[in-house]
Design a protein. Structure first.
Length: 255
């Protein structure tokens, strides 16, 4: 299976945009998991006065999760696929949500400028030809102390989780995608997850890029060991230690 990159990947997402929401709606917990990851940013007061970047927003599922959890935040949602972005922008959104067409590697050229209080990246980084470049760009856009939540298919490394992923893809996802004419994109999906970092390796990648307070948090249901939230922060120069606790006093595991 060949991985798709850059323009080829954007074109595949353009083609799949018409049926994307239908397919993800069949995934148990998909939207609830995104909201859980958005809560794990730990931003206070419904996001009032804060700027949040939704990087790789697709048809807007991640944007909707952020808007539900942070109704008072200013949200900039970005995607490289014009087709996916059109689907997202056509939906009803609260004031303060805007959409920008741009690859994650060229945000500044599209007028996306920090500082942001938080960045949310769902199902994005394993699709990047150079994930370290994207991560460096994210760090640059965050204010000191700003938070990152990556919601991603990052396998645990256990053979059983890799087996579940293969069984679900070959038994359900790939046949459904082929019937819709989107086989190449979803074959890429399967392969990109298998080839990408394990969750712990991805956490190490963030630490190497200069992020602090990096934590790997599991998601419930059939995706346990397959999908994780990896939370981190841009260092603010102050000393940090112990467990990062959001403003409402609960640790991320409880959220």
């Amino acid at each position: 299976m060949t991985l798709l990159r850059d323009q080829d990947l954007a074109a595949a997402f353009d083609h799949a945009a018409r049926s994307y929401d239908t397919l993800v709606a069949a995934n148990p917990g998909y939207h609830a998991h995104l909201r859980r990851s958005a809560r794990r940013l730990g931003l206070p007061h419904g996001g009032a006065g804060l700027r949040v970047l939704d990087l790789g927003c697709g048809t807007g599922a991640s944007t909707a999760a952020l808007a539900a959890v942070l109704p008072d935040a200013e949200i900039t949602a970005v995607d490289a696929s014009a087709g996916m972005l059109r689907r997202a922008a056509a939906k009803r959104w609260p004031k303060g949500v805007e959409f920008v067409h741009a690859p994650a590697e060229r945000l500044t050229e599209a007028g996306v400028r920090g500082p942001y209080d938080a960045v949310f990246a769902a199902y994005l980084l394993r699709n990047a030809a150079d994930p370290d470049r994207v991560i460096a760009g994210v760090r640059h856009l965050l204010r000191p102390g700003g938070r990152l939540a990556v919601h991603e298919y990052t396998l645990s490394g256990r053979p059983v989780d890799r087996g579940v992923w293969a069984a679900v893809c070959h038994g359900i996802v790939l046949p459904a995608a082929a019937a819709l004419g989107d086989g190449p994109l979803y074959r890429h999906l399967y392969r990109s997850v298998v080839d990408f970092d394990t969750a712990d390796r991805f956490a190490a990648r963030l630490r190497a890029a200069g992020f602090a307070r990096v934590r790997v948090l599991p998601l419930p249901g059939w995706q346990t060991g397959i999908t994780h939230t990896v939370v981190a922060a841009r260092p603010d120069g102050a000393a940090h230690g112990g467990t990062h606790t959001p403003a409402d006093g609960r640790t991320e595991e409880a959220r």
